[in-house]
Design a protein around this ligand. Sequence first.
Ligand SMILES: [Zn+2]
Length: 47
Amino acid sequence: MSEKTCAACDYPLDGNAIKVTIGQRVVEVCCEECAQQLREAQSKAAG
Ligand SMILES: [Zn+2]
């Protein structure tokens, strides 16, 4: 399986995936809402 899924909600990604940089990693999410969730989680984890 090479199909990617959203890093936040596991929804299958299509051509509209959004790339988000979390620390040193780049992940892909299905929508801006999920991107925001990951950024907030990261900023909390970083303090
Ligand atoms: Zn998502």
